[in-house]
Write a protein that binds this ligand. Structure first.
Ligand SMILES: C[S@@+](CC[C@H](N)C(=O)[O-])C[C@H]1O[C@@H](n2cnc3c(N)ncnc32)[C@H](O)[C@@H]1O
Length: 312
């Protein structure tokens, strides 16, 4: 493959997996401290659910920038290909390219206009400059090295056409209470700060708050950023001991597992406590409660998806 065609050829090491506590992780991602979440069927199903939730939260809009008929769309860290497949179906005349370091969750039967490639976004892009109308990067903060963010965004800028757009969505995992009742001593706060600290040697958990500035620094103009708040789950079914993350990335690297299990139990109980989440008022534009309960089911924290849209 010519470098300008896209990514480097697939290395076999991308395919290897390791098992831990019944979940499958990509060996390459662990070895290179790239990404610490599972890449198994359960994770694929979670990503599908997350896609449905974002659809609901975003009023079924897949693309926010004002671009009528994009010819080339790039989805960076496409996971199970949910967004990329939906865009390919909605825009049959567009060519969509989905990139992910893990081949394990990619769709087996993608739409004809969706191409999938395996590559590590932490390496400098080999894509041709000025090629894409839209670049989409959603929920990849767990896989972008802390030191890579600014060059990642500069790489995106380079591969976009001069009038191209970039759409980024990330969550700042910071447990907060609507009514201020949640203090630092609560298990939920400890769990959340453990998570934030745990990712720090490798990742930047506050990256979502800095993306807009990095975009401006990279040369993007018309940068628009929106902060949305999502509720805590009422039934935190997917709160495993380490939130699904490999232990290398989990809080119990720094505390005995038994202690961490108790912290998770207590945090789950607090998440179920309605007194932390009094919703003070309801606007007409707010989602119906059944949507919010699905949001709450899938997102194990009070979460703030950050939607960044920008043009070059
Ligand atoms: C939480 S999932 C999000 C998937 C998709 N963007 C979505 O919103 O459903 C993160 C994805 O990014 C991929 N990823 C993480 N770090 C990566 C990297 N450095 N290079 C390429 N893909 C990466 C993971 O393999 C995973 O599929």
């Amino acid at each position: 493959m010519e470098p300008d065609d896209g990514t480097v050829p697939l290395d076999d090491t991308f395919a290897e997996v390791v098992e831990f506590h019944g979940r499958m992780y990509q060996k390459y991602a662990l070895t290179n401290e790239t990404y610490f979440s599972p890449v198994d069927e359960r994770e694929t199903a979670r990503l599908e659910q997350m896609h449905r939730i974002f659809n609901q939260v975003f009023d079924n809009r897949l693309i926010f920038p004002p671009v009528a008929s994009p010819r080339r769309v790039l989805d960076l860290g496409c996971g199970g290909g949910d967004w990329a497949s939906a865009v390919a179906e909605e825009l049959p005349r567009a060519s969509v390219l989905g990139i992910d370091a893990s081949p394990h969750m990619l769709p087996e039967d993608p739409p004809d206009n969706l191409e999938l490639q395996v590559d590590d976004l932490n390496a400098r892009f080999t894509f041709q400059s000025d090629r894409y109308d839209i670049a989409h990067s959603q929920m990849v903060a767990g896989g972008i090295h802390a030191t890579r963010w600014e060059s990642y965004i500069r790489d995106i800028f380079r591969v976009l056409k001069p009038d191209g757009w970039c759409q980024m969505v990330e969550i700042y995992f910071n447990a907060q209470s609507d009514n201020g009742r949640l203090t630092r001593d609560h298990a939920l706060s400890k769990w959340s700060s453990n998570y934030l600290q745990g990712v720090q040697p490798y990742k930047n958990p506050r990256a979502p708050l800095q993306i807009a500035n990095w975009m401006r620094n990279a040369g993007f103009t018309e940068v628009e950023s929106k902060l949305l708040v999502l509720p805590m789950p009422s039934r935190p079914s997917n709160w495993t001991s380490n939130g699904g993350h490999h232990p290398k990335f989990a809080a119990y690297d720094r505390m005995p597992i038994e202690e961490f299990e108790i912290l998770v139990e207590d945090a789950s109980a607090e998440a179920n406590d309605p007194s932390f989440k009094i919703r003070v008022h309801r606007k007409e534009t707010e989602k119906p409660s059944e949507v919010m309960s699905e949001v709450a089911d899938a997102v194990p924290w009070v979460a703030q998806p950050l939607l960044e849209m920008t043009t070059t």
